[in-house]
Write a protein that binds this ligand. Structure first.
Ligand code: ADP
Length: 229
């Protein structure tokens, strides 16, 4: 079966991973279950393996051993691209074009295909509305080379707006809220998760106790522990 349908859960079963050029395992015996619509946080110090785990979940690298299921279907080479198409990823460093805010949010969409209603919704959800209202040219403001005319927090929110614009079922946030104050972060997560349609998986080395997650995992000593139980 080539098409993946994500309506229930994501399961990792006894996943192990080592990079081909190294002899040590970065991940040993990773097990978890995430339900659709949940907001998940994965904690761990730098080098613990968070990005590696995320790359496996996003289907960018295959696990060395173990099984990865979406609903009841095992992810394999044939259906992996269907899985990848369901995912939006917000990296730590957002790559911004020296172009307008609108084109940066609709990233890669030709002008005639840009949906302004979707742009406005993405701006609202990512808490950029006030910032953009304060700009004389609004969404047509040029962001400068690598977003040099924006603050770190604004760049991150444009990255989040870009992910929202893509309309995917799952959003991976890789330290993607580190430059935001906790109120703004809470606000965005609330906006994203209130209808429980989008599944959010975020990784961070700095947890915020104000944020309520459905599950919190800690990645330590190559293993994953559910610390929200
Ligand atoms: P985190 O995201 O928690 O900071 P990473 O997943 O980036 O951790 O890295 C986990 C471990 O894997 C580290 O020891 C890192 O040096 C190693 N690592 C990461 N990428 C590679 C790679 N491409 N080849 C070999 N080792 C790697």
């Amino acid at each position: 079966k080539k098409e993946i349908n994500f309506s229930k859960q994501i399961i990792l079963d006894s996943i192990k991973f080592k990079y081909p050029n190294s002899k040590n395992y970065v991940l040993k015996n990773i097990n978890f279950l995430i339900n659709k619509g949940e907001t998940i946080c994965i904690l761990g110090t730098s080098g613990a393996g968070k990005s590696t785990l995320m790359d496996i979940l996003m289907g960018l690298i295959p696990p060395t051993s173990g099984k990865f299921f979406v609903d009841d279907i095992q992810i394999n080479q044939k259906n992996i691209s269907s899985w990848r198409r369901k995912i939006a990823h917000v990296p730590q460093e957002i790559l911004l074009l020296d172009d307008t805010i609108k084109r940066n949010i609709a990233f890669g969409t030709p002008d005639y295909k840009i949906d302004n209603l979707k742009i406005n919704l993405a701006i609202k959800i990512s808490a950029l509305e006030k910032d953009i209202d304060n700009l004389p040219k609004g969404i047509n403001t040029i962001v400068g080379e690598r977003g040099s005319l924006l603050s770190g927090g604004q760049k991150q929110r444009i990255g989040i707006a870009r992910a929202i614009y893509q309309n995917k079922e799952i959003i991976f946030l890789d330290e993607a809220t580190s430059a935001l104050d906790k109120k703004t972060e809470e606000n965005i997560l609330h906006n994203l998760t209130q209808d429980k349609l989008i599944t959010i998986i975020m990784i961070t080395h700095r947890p915020r106790k104000e944020i309520i997650y459905d599950k919190i995992f800690s990645l330590k000593d190559n293993s994953l522990i559910d610390i929200s139980k």
